[in-house]
Design a protein around this ligand. Structure first.
Ligand SMILES: CCCCCCCCCCCCCCCCCCCCC/C=C/C(=O)SCCNC(=O)CCNC(=O)[C@H](O)C(C)(C)COP(=O)(O)OP(=O)(O)OC[C@H]1O[C@@H](n2cnc3c(N)ncnc32)[C@H](O)[C@@H]1OP(=O)(O)O
Ligand SMILES: Cc1cc2nc3c(=O)[nH]c(=O)nc-3n(C[C@H](O)[C@H](O)[C@H](O)COP(=O)(O)OP(=O)(O)OC[C@H]3O[C@@H](n4cnc5c(N)ncnc54)[C@H](O)[C@@H]3O)c2cc1C
Length: 643
């Protein structure tokens, strides 16, 4: 199962090597992180990033190894935005000449870049950005300016203190005409002494949610006062401005300017399974250690993992972690395919890639953020201790529901794609993830054939149920929209229903990709069978949770919904014997898990007890401040017993 989770034996060995490298290096210690003040915390992150980079250079790590190293270091740093957004943006939107100039500098870390798109006033609405880039043909330069307070760049990671350069998204003005938002490489700080260049005001935006957590990152604010950059620092693959001041659009679609977001959304889906599996690993191991009630004749109490309620909350999350792992693998493939096509100027699959990355980013991050919090509750009171690892994991993870596109805004993008597909059904055969809509007549007509709980153990029955639900919800939205004279007004009015239809479509993708994965050759005794059980748990859990949808569209009867739930209970009993093995298969070191509750050796209580004494409050028996603030109250002489 370790191999199945990792993807291959080579990846398992490689990731294991990187995990151990990090776990055994004292520089990457992270247990004191929540106790550190902001300055200390940030300096420590700089130290870790420098040490990480040194290892990459000294050990000549490959890109793949460096990515695993970053994962196991487990600390957001400015380097994420440099490698994860600044470099990919130049790769995707720069001309060959621009790539030749900027990529070697960035890849050798001679410059440090960030991705400065969001502003104080606008994040989701990219076309609403206010920063301007006005072309001055006399000087052959762009003038970058922040005309209002709300145009201040706000949020970019790495901008606050570390970056020397930024990829700034600004409204292009040529000859007094606006040409929409484009990307510009702007130097922010001196390469000599790191001080801000003239016309640049830059700093950190302040503390964020939770202790430690995302506060290792210097999310920044940036303002420009008529800052001049050479013309060739506008990324010009999509459109060009000539020396003479002529704006030219190439054949490349304008949406390619959003290409970096598509890339990162894809990586976020892959990462969702890592964050969720980590929380699930902690909660599962601890649920086997923890015992409450049920002692008979002086025997041991019941392990909480044996309670059906614990299983019905925990096992769907375990199954979701595996489901997200496999859909992430598929999405990576889809992205690589689109990337190759884009390089060959084939843009036909870009809308599908946008809809899939946006929808799956939204679906998996929402489920993961909620899942981490559920795991905290599954660990009872001890889950609330920082030493459980869950509070910091939650605090660091939840912004994923907002960054790279607010999850609701992204589902509305999926809705546009679905509605368009439905409206074109008469004359255009849908392909890819919407191919099922080509069978819409059958899906609208056929009803579920399940008669017994065992009938639900059938991939065909499951896929058809999810297809029928998604198709019927999409068609219902299409019919409702048709009643509006103005389609945009209709879209705004029906937004909540459209979001639900998008969720149904995305859940169908995850379920189908899990089932497709099981059609592959999966070596290892019992591995495929265990994955099949998890796949059914994932699908039937969703079906149970959203049974209202399946019933409302008239595909299922209440009896069939009840049978699905009966089958789910049986499946939980099948997961139980292998639950610990299924989380051990993630192959996480204790360092990476960062949790006393999730320790591999299960030695939870002695370690919790020991850790309590390490809290600074326990440095002395009498706390600082006692004599000043508590003792006077204790010694106070009141005239009356009543206050
Ligand atoms: C420590 C030691 C380390 C050592 C070093 C080791 C190094 C190793 C390597 C490490 C690598 C690390 C990797 C880490 C990964 C990165 C970490 C991530 C951290 C997160 C940081 C966060 C960053 C951000 O948040 S950046 C800002 C993101 N912002 C958004 O997402 C904004 C959301 N809004 C939008 O996307 C748009 O504005 C939108 C889509 C909502 C609306 O846009 P619009 O212009 O108004 O468009 P619209 O009219 O609706 O649609 C027009 C048309 O275009 C289509 N469309 C829209 N978007 C896209 C798209 N992206 N692609 C393609 N097509 C798109 C849309 O569908 C419409 O189509 P039609 O209907 O056909 O016209
Ligand atoms: C930790 C973190 C790191 C970040 N890093 C970066 C970075 O490196 N670079 C960068 O450029 N940006 C970064 N961002 C910014 C991030 O991309 C934006 O915050 C994000 O895109 C959401 O935009 P917003 O803040 O404008 O939200 P808003 O759009 O203001 O959202 C507020 C509410 O309005 C709703 N809403 C908005 N529009 C609609 C609509 N059309 N229909 C229905 N509901 C709507 C949303 O659902 C949400 O509930 C980061 C943000 C965070 C939290």
């Amino acid at each position: 199962m370790k191999v199945a989770w990792a993807g291959s034996r080579e990846t398992l060995e490689l990731s294991d090597r990187m995990a151990k490298l990090v776990a055994n290096d004292p520089v990457f210690e992270k247990f004191t992180r929540p106790m550190l003040g902001r300055k200390e915390l940030f300096k420590n992150t700089l130290r870790k990033a420098a040490h990480g980079w040194k290892l990459i250079v000294d050990l000549r790590l490959t890109e793949e190894e460096a990515k695993w190293l970053r994962l196991y270091i487990d600390e957001p740093a400015y380097t994420d935005l440099h490698w994860g957004m600044f470099i990919p943006a130049i790769e995707g939107q720069g001309t060959e000449e621009q790539k030749k100039k900027w990529l070697p500098l960035a890849q050798k870390m001679k410059i440090i870049g960030c991705y400065a798109q969001t502003e104080l006033g606008h994040g989701s609405n990219v076309q609403g950005l206010e920063t301007t880039a006005t072309f001055d043909p006399q000087a052959d330069e762009f003038v970058i300016h922040s005309p209002t307070l709300t145009s201040s760049k706000w949020w970019p990671g790495g901008l606050g203190k570390a970056s020397t350069h930024a990829l700034v998204y600004a409204r292009l003005i040529v000859g007094g005409e606006f040409h929409g938002v484009h990307g510009f490489i702007v130097q922010l700080r001196s390469l000599e002494d790191h001080s801000p260049l003239p016309g640049i005001t830059v700093g950190d935006i302040g503390l964020k949610f939770g202790n430690g957590a995302y506060n290792t990152m210097d999310n920044g604010v940036l303002r420009f006062d008529h800052v001049r950059i050479p013309r060739n620092q506008m990324l010009m693959r999509v459109s060009q401005v000539t020396k003479e001041g002529k704006y030219m659009q190439s054949d490349v679609p304008r949406q390619l300017i959003y290409g970096t977001m598509v890339y990162v959304r894809q990586t976020i889906v892959v990462d969702a399974s890592k964050a969720l599996s980590r929380a699930v690993c902690i909660a599962t191991r601890y649920s086997a250690v923890r015992r409450q009630f049920g002692s008979r004749n002086g025997g041991p109490e019941t392990q909480v993992i044996d309670y059906k309620t614990q299983q019905s909350r925990l096992f769907p999350l375990l199954a979701s972690a595996y489901a997200f792992r496999f859909v992430g693998e598929w999405l990576k493939w889809l992205y690589m395919d689109v990337k190759q096509r884009l390089e060959a100027n084939d843009f036909s699959t870009l809308p599908e890639a946008h809809a899939c990355t946006a929808g799956l980013k939204s679906l998996t991050t929402t489920a993961t953020a909620d899942g981490i919090e559920e795991c905290r509750k599954l660990c009872g009171g001890h889950g609330y201790l920082v030493s459980s690892g869950l509070p910091e994991l939650f605090a660091v993870y939840i912004p994923a529901c907002t960054y790279e596109g607010d999850n609701v805004v992204l589902l509305l993008q999926v809705a546009r794609f679905i509605v368009k597909t439905v409206s074109e059904l008469g004359y255009k055969q849908p392909v890819g993830t919407t191919a099922y809509m080509g069978r819409v007549a059958t899906l609208m007509q056929n009803n579920c054939a399940v008669r017994t709980a065992e009938d639900w153990l059938n991939p065909g029955a499951i896929v058809e149920a999810f297809e029928a639900r998604a198709a019927r919800m999409a068609v219902a939205c299409g019919r409702q929209l048709a009643k509006f004279e103005n389609p945009e007004e209709g879209f705004a009015e029906l937004a909540s229903d459209l979001v639900e239809a998008s969720v149904a479509h995305c859940q169908l993708i995850v379920v189908s990709k899990f089932i497709e994965k099981l059609q592959q050759d999966i070596p290892g005794k019992g591995v495929k069978q265990s994955l099949e059980i998890l796949c059914y748990v994932y699908a039937l859990f969703l079906l149970h949770k959203h049974q209202g949808d399946f019933l409302a569209v008239g595909y299922l009867t209440p009896k069939q919904a009840l049978l699905a739930n009966d089958q789910l209970r049986t499946l939980y009993s099948k997961v139980r014997p292998n639950a610990i093995a299924l989380v051990d298969s993630f192959n996480y070191t204790d360092h990476y898990l960062g949790s006393i509750l999730g320790r591999y050796d299960g030695n939870v209580y002695p370690k919790l007890y020991e850790a309590a004494w390490e809290d600074p409050l326990n440095d002395s028996d009498v706390a600082d401040g006692f004599h000043q603030y508590v003792q006077p109250i204790l010694k106070q002489k009141l005239h009356s017993a009543k206050l």
